[in-house]
Write a protein that binds this ligand. Structure first.
Ligand code: SF4
Length: 217
């Protein structure tokens, strides 16, 4: 059964997932974890001084960051975001399993996905959409109740975006799930702008001894 991380990675590029599955350590790099950890300090950082904020991996000026957190604090779920009922909660659904970064109190509860990166101008990136739908579906299966939405947090810029479970998003999730289930060899290269920020770009598509060994050829 794939993990929610597998599905998210395959939504970015199925071939990237193929390579990643051959790594011995697939945990996120320390820099990504440091950036995600900011999502557990909103209340404290809202009033932090410039020096404190400048020493953190935020992606805007300290003043802009405090302003973003002030805006965040006007949300009705601000307190739940600052004090989730569960953190790093492992969920096992019918089709996938994985970690829900935060579970916010409510009836039903709201899962959140914490991104170490920056958001697009609107909405969330497709890999995060797929992860958001995956955790909502898995939690719905576990709790035997509909989970209609997930939040995606971008703590380096103090932004939280909603991902309601629409028909279109569910269809995208199902397509990626089918792709992952059907993978039995290296998928074709996508060969577009995604490759620029891919950690496998230097070896992807290059037939070297190390790649052959990576692919098990
Ligand atoms: S370099 Fe491009 S095709 Fe290769 S794994 Fe990365 S994103 Fe996919």
């Amino acid at each position: 059964m794939p993990s929610v991380s597998d599905l998210s990675q395959a939504a970015y590029c199925p071939r990237q997932l193929y390579y990643a599955r051959r790594e011995s350590d697939r945990s996120p790099p320390p820099e990504a974890r440091e950036r995600q950890a900011l999502a557990f300090r909103y209340d404290e950082l809202r009033t932090a001084d410039n020096e404190t904020l400048a020493a953190l991996p935020i992606d805007c000026s300290p003043a802009a960051y405090r302003e973003k957190l002030e805006t965040l604090a006007t949300r009705s779920d601000w307190e739940a975001l600052c004090a989730p009922t569960e953190t790093n909660y492992h969920v096992a659904g019918k089709d996938c399993h994985g970690i829900i970064h935060k579970l916010l109190a409510g009836d039903p509860p709201t899962p959140t996905v914490i991104s170490p990166g920056q958001p697009p101008k609107q909405g969330v990136w497709e890999p995060q959409t797929v992860r958001a739908v995956a955790v909502a579906n898995a939690l719905a299966w576990e709790r035997n109740e509909p989970i209609p939405r997930t939040l995606v947090e971008y703590p380096t810029v103090g932004v939280v975006r909603e991902v309601p479970l629409s028909t279109r998003r569910t269809a995208t999730y199902r397509r990626v799930l089918r792709t992952v289930r059907a993978m039995d060899g290296p998928p074709p290269r996508v060969n577009d702008g995604r490759c620029k920020s891919c950690e496998y770009r230097t070896k992807c598509g290059v037939t070297t001894r190390s790649l052959r060994s990576l692919l098990g050829l």
